[in-house]
Design a protein around this ligand. Sequence first.
Ligand SMILES: [Mn+2]
Length: 227
Amino acid sequence: MGRGPGARADWRLGARAPCPYKRPMTTDKEAPMRTATITRKTAETEISVTVDLDGTGAYSNETGVGFFDHMLDQLSRHSLIDMTIRARGDLHIDDHHTVEDTGIALGQALVAALGDKRGIRRYGECALAMDDAQVRCALDLSGRPFLVWGLALPTPKIGSFDTELVREFFQALSTHGGITLHVDQVHGLNSHHIAEAAFKAVARALRQAVEPDPRGANAVPSTKGSL
Ligand SMILES: [Mn+2]
């Protein structure tokens, strides 16, 4: 056969033909629910987080910090991970503990919902544009926390929200979610836009990473055999 489109079509058909040796030896057992609820109480905060990795991006987030709720809503909506978050923190001091501890609890909830990470894509990436801002995210659900942070928010506040807390949140999420998380600002003039683009970029990357990989044969996507 020649090298025209027909040949390529044949090759692709061949590659996709069922291979009995690669089929996992499974029963008809249903896939486990990828949901988790974490509750976390300290002298500073009391937080509950529920996630469903196979959701539709339905959310209900109430932390007492308006801008942060807006960002958590973006994280859910654009990752398609359903999230219900309730936080009661020591806001009379500032928003720091509430934001950081929500990141901790959300990271723990993701770990619990992911289980042994069988069959997921593991990696995700997104370059997200929002008006003047462009933020890039590349992440790996590696089990190895590492944050590479390249945002330079031009103002110290977004409304009453301390912009430095954006990094604090993602640091906590990376550490407690076992996520290698790179977030870089390519462009940006407005702090609200840059922060929101960051949350949306991470959301889109997370969506890819937690999704089932149809060619992944329900295996742990690592040559080590565990993540
Ligand atoms: Mn906004």
